[in-house]
Design a protein around this ligand. Structure first.
Ligand code: CA
Length: 246
């Protein structure tokens, strides 16, 4: 796997370091501030002042993470995100002056992994970078553990079985597909559209409305307290995220 190349020491240490990072940002003072903030995270920080250069550097250098500013002189940040995501799974952290819920949804649908709103504090920014690097080392959706446990539940992804304390929980095929989609992307917010596409394929419909009904039913079955869900968390206006215990 190319996404991260970290030493065994890094693997066991709480301090995550990256081989190379790319910053795509036209504003030189902000690039300088980010370079300073990230000096503890990597020795190799590549900078691109335009979207086109950022795409080229990402393609040739295969960094561990891309930091992408949305306000670029030559193209829309969301298009840069789409382009990189069409051939790479590298984590993409988006920087923006402001985010409406609609923008967050658009970015996540375009393949961004997380977003930070300017102005941001350096410690928070570095923490988000490290969280993405850490997550990139975890198994991907393709090779995730086949049995997931948490909150008293055992979710057997291979045999499509969910049990609580050994007692089977009956899910409809749609509920199962939603649960599997969320759990195999645990820790990551998926938009309504992303979940809808994964579960219903090309079907037409209002993803948010469809999901609201099924998530309510699913929570009633799998959450200890459906009114205070722990496993399936709502990201208001954006989508849902599965949270597994550490
Ligand atoms: Ca900018």
């Amino acid at each position: 796997m190319d996404a991260t190349r970290l030493s065994d020491d890094d693997m066991t240490s709480a301090v995550v370091r990256a081989r190379a990072l790319v910053i795509i940002e036209d504003d030189a003072p902000i690039r300088r501030a980010l370079r300073h903030a990230l000096s503890a995270v990597t020795d190799r920080l590549l900078e691109a002042p335009t979207g086109r250069e950022g795409i080229d550097i990402t393609a040739t250098e295969r960094p561990d993470l891309v930091i992408l500013d949305l306000g670029l002189p030559d193209c829309r940040g969301v298009d840069v995100c789409h382009e990189i995501r069409s051939w790479s799974r590298v984590p993409i952290l988006v920087l923006s002056a402001r985010h409406s819920d609609a923008e967050k949804v658009q970015l996540l649908n375009a393949g961004a992994d997380d977003y930070v709103t300017k102005p941001f504090s350096t410690p928070e920014f570095v923490a988000r970078v490290r969280a993405l690097l850490r997550r990139a080392r975890l198994p991907t959706a393709d090779d995730v553990a086949t049995v997931v446990e948490g909150y008293g539940l055992t979710i057997d992804l291979l045999h499509r079985r969910v049990t609580r304390g050994g007692t089977p929980i009956r899910l409809t095929p749609i509920e199962w597909d939603i649960l599997r989609t969320l759990v195999t992307n645990a820790g990551r917010t998926l938009t309504h559209q992303q979940i809808f596409d994964a579960v219903w394929g090309d079907a037409a419909g209002n993803p948010q409305q469809y999901l609201r009904v099924h998530i309510t039913n699913l929570r009633r079955k799998v959450e200890a307290n459906a009114a205070r869900p722990e496993l399936i968390v709502t990201e208001p206006g954006v989508g849902y995220r599965a949270e597994l215990p550490a």
